[in-house]
Write a protein that binds this ligand. Structure first.
Ligand SMILES: C[S@@+](CC[C@H](N)C(=O)[O-])C[C@H]1O[C@@H](n2cnc3c(N)ncnc32)[C@H](O)[C@@H]1O
Length: 399
């Protein structure tokens, strides 16, 4: 079932061939590899390794050290060979659904003015190309099996066999379907379980255990690099306020890997809190976690002057909690991690205006801080030309 290989222009990291293996593993670990394309040798003993959309696109932001020296890299759009997207498991899905359609021909036959084969081709062309795998649960995208064509052939009698067929093809036990995250403050998930008894999933990510109900709370696999970056920071002895803790996406890595002394986790959604409590227990860090249930506009006011660091992980913007977060910092200062969705070409402008706003808050709070940008992390593309970024800002006390 192999399709044709095609040449496509794609961003790639150009490096010396002898660094190939180390750089390949570095990119793989960062999840920056473009897995549908292969590295290839280009002139002058150089190798081009394809990178994906979450990899930073400027050389300055990628630091690869070999034998204590930062190696030379270049990013260029070059022609790379693309594998057909449907080798495995897409091919299996195609194959299994073809069989399912063949044994459901009666229903297909009832549709007027279309030949069976034409109808099958149409249905197969609409099979989902992407899905989210959470342990043994596959969350299909909202649009999967929802077109008019598919709705016309799925009925009460055959739907269970269809979900079972998909589960078998994708080698999982449970199937769910994503619906858009509700626009409410708690960002409740509206996923629906199609096959299986429970939507509780447990994952291990970089040594941190997470558990949550996939139909009740959101989990963003796309934020994995940021979870790893935050987890890699040494937070020994630090007191932290996680202003939007969710199921512990950042709280747990800060405790487990960053070794924070104590995290105050603010969270409003009781389903997320159930998951956070589970995660704290599973990772054996419950004694270093205090959960503050409710709106952080209230809970954070009780945490003034205690924190070395505040994490502000809400999209599209966490601005409503910035001033409260500064007030939570210790008199001697500390760090904020501010998440935001920003248009690519407005990032510099956004950094400048953010620093101005933060300085204004510092004045209003009568704190003696200098405000300095530590780092800007580009996490992922949120939409075409819109980046999910994290700005690390330091507040330094002056005498
Ligand atoms: C996007 S989720 C957390 C996501 C996680 N930080 C990440 O980036 O993957 C945001 C969380 O903030 C919580 N939240 C939103 N507004 C809140 C508020 N005013 N007070 C407390 N929690 C809030 C939501 O319930 C949700 O669990």
């Amino acid at each position: 079932m192999e399709g044709e290989k095609v040449m496509e222009l794609s961003p790639a990291l150009i490096i010396k061939k002898r660094h190939g293996e180390t750089v390949y593993h570095f990119l793989k670990q960062k999840k920056w590899l473009q897995s549908e394309k292969h590295p290839r040798e280009i002139e002058n003993d150089l190798l081009a390794i394809p990178i994906n959309e979450i990899c930073p696109l400027t050389e300055d932001e990628i630091s690869i050290i070999i034998h204590e020296e930062r190696i030379d890299i270049r990013i260029e759009n070059i022609e790379m060979i693309t594998n057909p997207p449907s080798v495995e498991p897409h091919a299996r899905l195609h194959q299994f659904i073809t069989q399912w359609l063949q044994s459901n021909l009666d229903i297909v036959d009832t549709i007027p003015h279309r030949s069976k084969e034409e109808m099958m081709r149409g249905l197969l062309s609409e099979l989902p190309k992407r899905w989210e795998k959470l342990g043994d649960l596959i969350l299909l995208p909202q649009t999967a099996f929802s077109s008019e064509k598919w709705i016309s052939i799925i009925c009460e009698e055959n739907q269970l066999s269809l979900w079972k067929c998909i589960a078998e093809a994708l080698k999982v036990e449970r199937i769910g379907k994503q619906k858009s995250i509700k626009g409410d403050v708690i960002r409740s998930s509206q996923a629906q379980l199609l096959l299986g008894d429970s939507s509780w999933v447990e994952l291990l990510d970089y040594g941190v255990k997470f558990g949550f109900d996939a139909c009740k709370v959101m989990y963003s696999s796309g934020n994995v690099t940021e979870r790893h970056r935050i987890g890699n920071m040494d937070m020994k002895g630090e007191i932290i306020v996680d202003c939007y803790a969710g199921i512990g996406y950042y709280t747990l890595p800060m405790l487990v890997r960053g070794d924070a002394e104590l995290v105050h986790a603010c969270e409003i959604n009781h389903h997320s809190i159930t998951a956070l409590e589970w995660g704290a227990k599973a990772n054996n860090v419950s004694d270093r976690l205090i959960i503050h249930q409710g709106d952080n506009a209230l809970t954070m006011t009780k945490l003034e002057g205690i924190a070395d660091r505040c994490h502000l992980g809400l999209l599209p913007s966490s601005q409503s909690a910035w001033k409260l977060a500064i007030a939570c910092l210790k008199e001697k200062g500390g760090t904020l991690h501010i998440h935001m969705n920003v248009e690519e070409e407005k990032i510099e402008q956004w950094i400048e205006s953010t620093i101005n706003i933060l300085q204004q808050y510092v004045i209003e709070l009568k704190r003696d801080y200098n405000v300095e940008v530590l780092h800007l992390e580009k996490v992922k593309w949120f939409a075409p030309r819109v980046r999910h970024v994290v700005l690390d800002v330091e507040f330094i006390h002056y005498d």
